[in-house]
Design a protein around this ligand. Structure first.
Ligand code: TRP
Length: 322
């Protein structure tokens, strides 16, 4: 099996985004994609097995149970592109179901080389599947996959784990529109969406008692120390998770425990934090079923079918490009 990789240098992008995000007037912020370096990716793997964080297991359960039903609704030959493959564990069920009917090209698109390696190791043993990894931003990678498609081939885009919820509304719709513009009518998008659930459950899921989620979030500062030679003193910051009722999203922040100034030499930057000031690192929207069909329709997709996990409310939505 031939495994190719297309790689890119992200360090200059990190410098630009750190400069932009930490010099903003008002709420400071850092893009959540930088949470996933090799340490962050490993910590997220641990989060996904914590009893408090049911999201990944719900996603996996649905794919394990219903991959045959999902595949039955596709129109082969189908090429699979996955946005943010992570470890690739839950993708196995989809690829195995598809490869019963055809040879499958699977194109994971990942900004993290570590995650891409994990995913290639995890899925490299499925016989009639060839893997071509793209170390790219989602839409850049998808453009490349679309450019390589054979005529009459259907594209199936996997966007699992409720990553769509990390785009703040209306950025989620905008992202789906940009994706739709790359696709052809009849192409499919399997979209995972975490559903609204009791707030205490969400607070535990995003601030677990072992502190794994806190370590995952704070690793962003440690990463900036490692890669940009910054001098963040990690114990002088804390992880904060709160539910924003007005928008229906969990919000993750890093809060400065005291007034302090941090030097980030590689970004040619010095940043002052007030006591209690936060850096916003991620939002995770919790959808209602009505909202899902709404955003799908606004982006030019119809909902072909939905599968819902009862144990941890989560939906797998099969959308077809109109
Ligand atoms: N995208 C995941 C989610 O929304 C990632 C995540 C889990 C996360 N826990 C976190 C991101 C804590 C930042 C902080 O569920």
């Amino acid at each position: 099996m031939l495994t190719q990789a297309f790689t890119t240098d992200t360090n200059s992008a990190l410098i630009t985004d750190v400069r932009l995000g930490l010099t903003k007037s008002g709420q400071k912020e850092l893009p959540s994609k930088y949470l996933y370096d090799s340490v962050g990716s490993a910590l997220f793997e641990v989060i996904s097995v914590l009893p408090e964080y049911g999201l990944t297991r719900a996603d996996e359960r649905l794919l394990r149970r219903y991959s045959e039903d999902i595949v039955a609704r596709l129109t082969p030959p189908t090429t699979v592109a996955e946005l943010g493959s992570g470890s690739g564990k839950k993708t196995r069920w989809m690829l195995e179901a598809l490869s019963k009917h055809q040879h499958v090209s699977y194109c994971p698109i990942e900004i993290s080389r570590t995650a891409l390696n994990m995913c290639e190791r995890e899925l490299g043993d499925i016989d009639s599947v060839s893997i071509v990894g793209f170390e790219r931003e989602y839409l850049d990678g998808l453009l490349e996959v679309a450019a390589r498609r054979q005529k009459r081939e259907q594209l199936l885009v996997l966007f699992l784990g409720s990553t769509i919820g990390n785009f703040e509304h209306p950025a989620d719709v905008k992202f789906l529109c940009q994706m739709r513009a790359i696709l052809q009518s009849g192409d499919a998008l399997l979209l995972g969406t975490d559903l609204m659930k009791p707030i205490h459950q969400l607070l535990d899921a995003y601030d677990d008692p072992l502190g794994v989620t806190a370590a995952f979030n704070l690793n962003l500062l440690a990463r900036i120390n490692r890669e940009l030679d910054a001098d963040f003193i990690i114990p002088q910051f804390e992880h904060v998770a709160r539910f924003n009722q007005a928008v229906g999203s969990m919000e993750m922040h890093i809060r400065s425990l005291q007034k302090q100034t941090v030097a980030i030499p590689t970004a040619d930057l010095s940043v002052t934090f007030l006591e209690g000031e936060t850096i916003w690192t991620e939002s995770s929207h919790k959808y209602s079923l009505g909202e899902i069909s709404g955003i799908a329709a606004s982006a030019g997709f119809r909902v072909d079918a939905q599968w819902i996990d009862e144990e941890w409310p989560f939906a797998e939505n099969l959308l077809i490009a109109e």
